[in-house]
Design a protein around this ligand. Structure first.
Ligand code: ZN
Length: 89
């Protein structure tokens, strides 16, 4: 994972990593095999009928990545044989 240049952002990421690592270690200590766990970032975009500035720009430039975002977050899933993981929503 690449860190941005913002030191505050880096500190937040490092804190999050430590917390996630601690939880995973505790679960592993209780006998669970977590070696297959993977994280995936997901983002939900606005509906295709949306007419906000971002979505209009996306339509104009034919670049769906520019659509407005409703929410984003992380999903945890179990990796299966090197596959790319489940499709988003
Ligand atoms: Zn929109």
């Amino acid at each position: 994972m690449l860190f941005g240049r913002d030191p505050r952002k880096k500190a937040v990421l490092e804190l999050a990593m430590k917390q996630v690592e601690r939880v995973l270690r505790e679960m592993q200590d209780s006998g669970k095999d977590l070696g297959q766990l993977k994280f995936k970032k997901y983002q939900k975009t606005h509906y295709t009928t949306c007419r906000c500035a971002q979505c209009l720009e996306a339509q104009r430039t034919k670049n769906p990545h520019k659509r407005g975002l409703l929410e984003d977050g992380y999903k945890v899933y179990v990796g299966v044989g090197g596959a790319e993981g489940p499709d988003e929503e």
